[in-house]
Design a protein around this ligand. Structure first.
Ligand code: 4FV
Length: 260
């Protein structure tokens, strides 16, 4: 009897729990939640505020615009989430704050969350979070990109969605997640569906051939070409890791600029 895998559990510290309906009540992640493939627990810092007014933010020391999230309510929310995970006999999970100062999120980081069976995600608002909280209770800061959004909730939901879709059984076709962009370090190949001719443009004939090996080879070649054109950094990473086959290298060489 194979043991049930431990659930993927996300604890989210947020002032706006209702926003997460987007991932709990819709689509792949909503269906996966209903099937108990993962869990979401939201913790509102206001419930852990130290004063009668439930204050969770204050003016920045040193002056400047906006407000800063106070450390104490966030600390208590993080500790409560960690205790709840322990109560479920889950392994300790990383505490990750979403922030433009963070590490750029990639597939490997998302896959790591599935391995760690989740994380506690801290969703900041306002100008940011007291540095002492970040220094003492946050393991990692992750960034969705070099731009600023109003809160960490949308980045957190993208992390949840990206992790949940990697879970066995989350997607109707389990092969799908394995063929996504970045899983093999490359961008995804082009996709086509009916009609066979659209605006006078036909579907590449190989895709109608039924010859699975040729189709797989064509898709690999297309992924290599689109990656070399749009993300040469990913190709270089694969070259450095010696993760390209002789056939891959041949395709790249033949498609290099200036080649016939
Ligand atoms: C962000 C990003 C981001 C900064 C102030 C929330 C906001 C507010 N999070 N990737 N880019 N966060 O802009 O993750 O606290």
């Amino acid at each position: 009897m194979t043991a049930e895998p431990e659930p993927l559990r996300f604890d989210v510290v947020t002032l706006f729990a209702p926003m997460f309906e987007a991932v709990t009540g819709n689509g792949v992640s909503g269906r996966a939640l209903a099937r108990q493939l993962w869990q979401l627990h939201c913790w509102n810092p206001r419930d852990f505020a130290m004063d009668a007014y439930k204050t969770i933010d204050d003016r920045p020391y040193g002056g400047g615009p906006g407000m800063v999230m106070m450390a104490e309510p966030l600390r208590e929310a993080i500790l409560a989430a960690a205790a709840a995970r322990r109560g479920q006999a889950l392994p300790e999970a990383p505490v990750i704050c979403l922030s433009p100062q963070g590490r750029a999120i990639d597939h490997a980081m998302i896959a790591g969350l599935v391995s760690s069976r989740g994380a506690t995600l801290i969703c900041g608002r306002y100008e940011g979070i007291d540095q002492r909280l970040l220094d003492r209770y946050v393991d990692e800061e992750w960034s969705l990109g070099d731009f600023v959004v109003s809160g960490g909730e949308l980045p957190a939901m993208m992390i949840v969605d990206a992790a949940v879709r990697l879970l066995p059984g989350a997607l109707n076709d389990s092969l799908s997640a394995q063929q996504d962009s970045f899983v093999d370090g490359l961008l995804d190949c082009p996709h086509y569906t009916r009609p066979p001719v659209f605006d006078g443009v036909e579907v590449p004939p190989v895709l109608l051939s039924g010859h699975h090996a040729r189709i797989a080879a064509w898709r690999r070649e297309q992924s290599l070409r689109v990656t070399a054109r749009r993300r040469p950094d990913l190709i270089q990473r694969l070259r450095d890791g010696q993760q390209l086959s002789r056939q891959d290298l041949k395709i790249l060489d033949e498609s290099a600029p200036g080649k016939s």
